[in-house]
Design a protein around this ligand. Structure first.
Ligand code: PLP
Length: 447
């Protein structure tokens, strides 16, 4: 409506004057205004409807404005908006029960945080206190959050301007055959060499030095490199051998994104000691994250206090949203839908686009969690934008998606296909169709 458009223009003016944006040069951005959202769609400041193939920051796993979750938040708001963490609250108790039930292994207690980064901070603090050690292993090509320690264990370029010394963090390479660090020709070789590299690093840094190894079960923003068979099991074995806590970061990969409730379940039988989550736990309707804790680590804090907390730990509105989200996901078979779309639509559809377009170097993923890697040259695999940067070609590609009504998730030389888990097959195919059209632009930049 005309009113919505006027409100959108006013919001934009105020934003440019008063809002300070994340990760940005403030004067060099022209952020999109979103006035309305429903299901898999958003409406921009000019009233255009766009298919949300990004799930925002890969968090609206149940789509926008799910009526059951909106109602649950409204009901909780009418009953009790907030309460301090030391008091028992039914929304928090039930959310903790559901998270414990869904997570693999004996992760039976949950510490709630406000989001993903503070979940990582607390998981590492727990690991340090549990082991009495300090150093932490984490992967290059990873993201764990924007706070001091979380960005320090991060392995993508966002860490670099925030790196004031490594504070005991040691980074390792993960398997990524398409851009192999290990000169491997097969996945088997890649896994074997990646595990050898990791063990060497542990021995060189001090086999008794590490409190924890933190790893995204499937790296998200860094490029959705699904770990090849045997890798996570090998990592689990090394963490046991050297007495460190295995922290699986499921902030992006968890809550159905990969076609299973948690991505670590793809590696049969691998159980982390700590599992961090956020985003999909309540689709981001109210900020929430947390750490699911093994009985063993919880035992460390059974009779000696855990030195950490947050005013909003287990916030009732956020927890009520989590309970309603998890129940809606179960009732409506959303995780199964994501798995099925991965197998029948995204997998084959993206493989077809890769065959058709010379600018596509590789497509990879699972469930509703896919990456398209654009290259200038298929032989050299030179990316269409440099690692850590953008390029006119990628910018044009992203703009063309939006012009055609598709909101993409883009990172460097990649576009990720990460829609809501409950997207319809028709919408999924529409999105792939738009990608097919715009890939002609990227093809024009190949040499
Ligand atoms: N861990 C992973 C794997 C993530 O993808 C993110 C955010 O993108 C985070 C941690 C940080 O979460 P938050 O932005 O909620 O602090």
């Amino acid at each position: 409506t005309e009113e919505e458009l006027a409100a959108g223009r006013r919001a934009y003016e105020l934003d440019r004057r008063h809002v300070f944006h994340s990760w940005s040069a403030q004067k060099q951005i022209t952020p999109m205004t979103i006035t309305r959202a429903e299901g898999s769609y958003v409406w921009d400041g000019e009233g255009r409807k766009l298919l949300d193939f990004s799930s925002q920051l890969v968090n609206t796993n149940i789509g926008h404005q799910h009526p059951k979750v909106v109602a649950a938040i409204q009901e909780q708001a009418g009953k009790l908006c907030t309460i301090a963490p030391q008091y028992v609250n039914d929304a928090r108790s039930e959310a903790a029960r559901l998270v414990s039930e869904l997570t693999p292994g004996n992760l039976d207690t949950v510490f709630f945080t406000n989001g993903g980064a503070d979940a990582i901070e607390h998981a590492i603090r727990m690991a340090r206190l549990h082991t009495g050690r300090y150093k932490v292993l984490s992967a290059y090509r990873s993201y764990h959050g924007g706070t001091a320690l979380a960005v320090n264990v991060t392995g993508d370029p966002r860490r670099i301007p925030n790196d004031y010394g490594t504070s005991g963090t040691v980074h390792f390479h993960i398997p990524f055959l398409y851009r192999s660090q290990f000169h491997a020709a097969t996945q088997e070789e890649e896994v074997q060499r990646a595990l050898e590299h990791l063990e060497q690093l542990i021995l060189l840094e001090g086999p008794g030095a590490f409190a924890a190894l933190v790893l995204e079960s499937i790296p998200g923003t860094a490029g959705i490199m699904v770990p090849p068979p045997g890798y996570l099991a090998g990592v689990r074995e090394l963490t046991r051998k050297y007495g460190m806590v295995f922290i699986a970061d499921e902030v992006m990969a968890g809550f159905g994104r990969s076609g299973k409730w948690f991505a670590v379940e793809h590696a049969d039988g691998v159980e982390p000691d700590l599992l961090t989550f956020a985003k999909g736990v309540n689709s981001g309707y109210v900020p929430l994250g947390g750490v699911a804790i093994s009985d063993e680590i919880a035992g460390t804090f059974a009779n000696s206090p855990y030195p950490g907390g947050l005013t909003y730990s287990g916030h009732p509105l956020a927890c009520a949203a989590a309970v309603a989200t998890i129940n809606a996901m179960r009732d409506e078979g959303m995780v199964e839908n994501a798995a099925n779309l991965g197998e029948t639509v995204f997998g084959p559809g993206l493989a077809e686009l890769a065959r058709k377009h010379v600018s596509v170097g590789e497509v990879r993923g699972t469930g509703a969690f896919w990456a398209i890697e654009f290259v200038k040259n298929r032989e050299t695999r030179e990316p269409l934008a440099p690692y850590g940067g953008s390029s006119p070609a990628m910018n044009e590609l992203i703009a063309a998606c939006k012009e055609r009504g598709l909101l993409p998730f883009a990172n460097f030389n990649r576009i990720h296909v990460v829609p809501p888990l409950n997207i319809t097959e028709e919408d999924a195919r529409t999105g792939l169709g738009i990608l097919d059209e715009v890939m002609a632009i990227a093809d024009g930049y190949t040499e």
